[in-house]
Design a protein around this ligand. Structure first.
Ligand SMILES: Nc1ncnc2c1ncn2[C@@H]1O[C@H](COP(=O)(O)OP(=O)(O)O)[C@@H](O)[C@H]1O
Ligand SMILES: O=c1ccn([C@@H]2O[C@H](COP(=O)(O)OP(=O)(O)O)[C@@H](O)[C@H]2O)c(=O)[nH]1
Ligand SMILES: [Mg+2]
Length: 277
């Protein structure tokens, strides 16, 4: 069972407010103690207060549904950083690293690269960016991917865009894509479509049940599809702008597992300070 700290917020706020404040330092200390009794500091991962608190959208849909095309438009119009998991993996292949050979073989077979490899590439890309709002395109591709991301990053997406496209249309687009990709051929595509149905749709359903998914009809001219996307992204603009420094963002970025509540202590301190200053 997983819980988000945000769900504790009302309890925490009321508990927090109930303290009498003789001075700020004592107040902060009490606040930290309040958390310290129930937290476990993760060995790695998560974002410290000195780092950014990322505002994250996962962008999902089958191969050829138009994720990359629409992400480019969103990034251009709204200033998101577009992180395509597939592109990150392809860059790793080009670097001729040991991992690259394994990734290439996996992609050729239309299979999913081990989660820790992909999450690590995404984490590095987020951490090395000056931006704080990200589109993560084509990830997570399986429940295992999703769970690994949430565990390693200590964060859930703020929302999910889902490009819903009939298989026939996806096949037509991928086979015409002409980007020289090793996996854009009918044999690999058939495997990718099967994996999409069996492993990726459950991720979309998971976030649907959490009310985080915006479903887009991906058939039609690119510009018309973007007109469906535009108001959705606009609706998050205020939240994005304020997100970086708001206490809610800090809460939202902390994902807690029952039994092993995980949190970065420095973020607790930051949270306390936000209330006191
Ligand atoms: N709305 C659309 N109608 C027709 N073709 C499209 C549309 N959107 C994207 N494409 C084309 O389809 C192919 C797949 O699009 P892409 O954005 O790469 O999808 P994905 O990242 O989901 O695999 C590309 O060649 C792209 O130019
Ligand atoms: O999180 C990811 C993203 C991609 N891939 C691999 O990379 C391929 C291409 O992914 P991409 O997102 O570029 O394909 P698209 O859906 O855009 O056609 C996939 O079929 C997988 O083999 C993966 O293993 N994990
Ligand atoms: Mg793509």
């Amino acid at each position: 069972m997983r819980r988000q700290l945000a769900s504790y917020s009302s309890v925490l706020f009321s508990t927090f407010r109930s303290y009498v404040v003789p001075n700020q330092a004592a107040y902060t200390l009490k606040f930290v103690e309040l958390f310290a009794t129930e937290i476990e500091i993760p060995a790695k991962g998560g974002f410290s207060s000195r780092e950014k608190v990322p505002f994250i959208s996962f962008v999902l849909g089958g191969p050829g549904s138009g994720k990359g095309t629409q992400c480019a438009k969103i990034a251009h119009t709204f200033g998101f950083t577009h992180l395509s998991a597939g592109d990150l993996l392809r860059t790793e292949i080009s670097s001729n690293s040991e991992k690259g050979a394994v990734i290439l073989e996996t992609i050729k077979q239309g299979k999913i690269v081990p989660s820790e490899v992909t999450v690590d590439l995404i984490r590095r890309a987020i951490e090395s960016s000056k931006n704080h709002k990200f589109l993560i395109d084509g990830f997570p591709r399986s429940e295992e991917n999703r769970i690994a991301f949430e565990k390693i990053m200590g964060a859930e997406p703020n929302f999910v865009l889902y490009f819903d496209c009939p298989e026939e249309e996806m096949v037509k687009r991928v086979l015409c894509r002409n980007e020289g990709r090793v996996d854009d051929n009918i044999d690999t595509l058939k495997k990718r479509l099967k994996i999409y149905e069996s492993l990726n749709l459950p991720v979309i359903n998971y976030y649907l049940a959490k009310g985080k998914v915006h479903k887009i009809n991906a058939v039609g001219p690119e510009e018309e599809i973007f007109e469906q996307v535009r108001p959705i992204i606009s609706s998050y603009e205020g939240a994005c702008r304020d997100f970086k420094f708001s206490p809610v963002s800090i809460l939202n970025s902390l994902s807690l597992s029952a039994g092993s509540v995980q949190m970065n202590m420095t973020r607790v301190m930051e949270f306390g300070r936000l209330f006191l200053l």
